[in-house]
Design a protein around this ligand. Sequence first.
Ligand code: ADP
Ligand code: MG
Ligand code: MG
Length: 476
Amino acid sequence: MASSIPDEVMMNAALIKELADVAKDEALLQGVLMRTKETPNSSELVTYAPFTLFPSPVPKPVFHQALAVQTHFNTMVDKISQDTDFLQEALTSTIEVDDFTARLFKIHQQILKEGKSQSIVLGLNRSDYMLDQKDEKTSSLKQIEINTIAASFGGLSSRTPDVHRHILKVCGRLEESRQILANNPAAGLARALAKAWELYASERAVVLFLVEEVQRNIFDHRYIESELWKRNIPSVRKRFDEVYEKGSLDPDKRLFVDGKEVAVVYFRDGYMPQNYINEQCWDVRLMMERSRAVKCPDISTHLAGTKKVQQVLTRPGVLERFFPERPEVVQQIRATFAGLYTLDVGPEGDNTVAMALAEPDRFVLKPQREGGGNNIYGSEIVRVLGAVKESTERTAYILMDKINPAPVQNYLLRRDAPLVISNCLSELGVFGAYVRQGEHMVMNECVGHLLRTKSSEHEDGGVAAGVAVLDNPLLV
Ligand code: ADP
Ligand code: MG
Ligand code: MG
């Protein structure tokens, strides 16, 4: 099995233990940090964010393919967000049965009715991929999803390269250590935030990070906040309830929170139903959306990131709608699409049901949710889909081909887990950042990457869900 663990280390338990201790200290030194489960809202006790002891091999061509297509995904998301008819058509069946998407959609419709009060658009997204490696020789890059709201780990992944460089040096692998790629998504994300703030053109206005109740991953945000402060751009952190208490719109729809004008709202919350603990949260989302502040993302860009939209995009002719004069772009984007299938009521959806029930292990059943741990696999597909197959409820889901990367051996370093070798699967994320003002794209960039690795015994779940850990690609 592939791995980048040096042979002399592989069989030496004492050495592994020693290296793990060195790695944890280096992670703390480099600021790869997280608050603890026990005290998630205090920095009195912090620990290392979970990570792999060694980087994981990633084939060079697919890595570059993922970077190269990112600006096109930025453009695509931005175009979708402006195509009212497309969003309406794509999401009609979903919003009939999925309350969360329906509520987001209702805000979207209200904004359309009132007219947008801000022409500056800021998109910070992360397109995630796995490698389809069903047979030994081929590695095909397949998009798992694109996150258009609260895409995380741009901060911490800016600090992990030095940890793996250090570990490889300690193992005497100087050459490999040099091959660990530079990566600084935090700087790129902050650059886009700063650009939007500048265009808003009000020196005392702040960037508001809308944050969750539980803030274990605060350091990931802090890197971006720091980058803003370095530019003398003030940032504040507020929860929904705080904005409800202290926020308001003035007659020009300028958003004020705690007496400060808000230039940009950066959502690191609000991406899943549990984030809206009461009606007041929805009131706040609507108020922000109506405001003149730049929203990252705005409501239509949030909707553009739904799994239903992802499925509709794979239908013939749909990408062409967004890139009518660019067949080469269409081809580049489409090459990353896995098979995605509708569960809408009708013969096509019936066909999807039959296919999934016949071979459930070939697929993943996905609801319109974010944050990891929501997808359905294997025999559960038979149970869940079996129960809803005759009703419109099935349209809350989409079906996707399951991607099968070749497992790689590594050690996952996590505070509450024993130090054992694991068969691991990795997911590559690519960060995109863009700023548009009216018709004019002011910035459109690929700003870095993220490798997350999990034990192959887990089908689902990200770093925040406690399953995956941070990693770095070692290009092979
Ligand atoms: P979320 O928005 O909750 O992160 P994802 O679509 O990214 O939803 O799915 C969560 C996790 O499930 C992924 O990180 C990946 O580990 C696994 N997964 C999702 N889709 C697939 C797929 N098509 N094949 C294999 N694993 C998948
Ligand atoms: Mg997601
Ligand atoms: Mg995901």
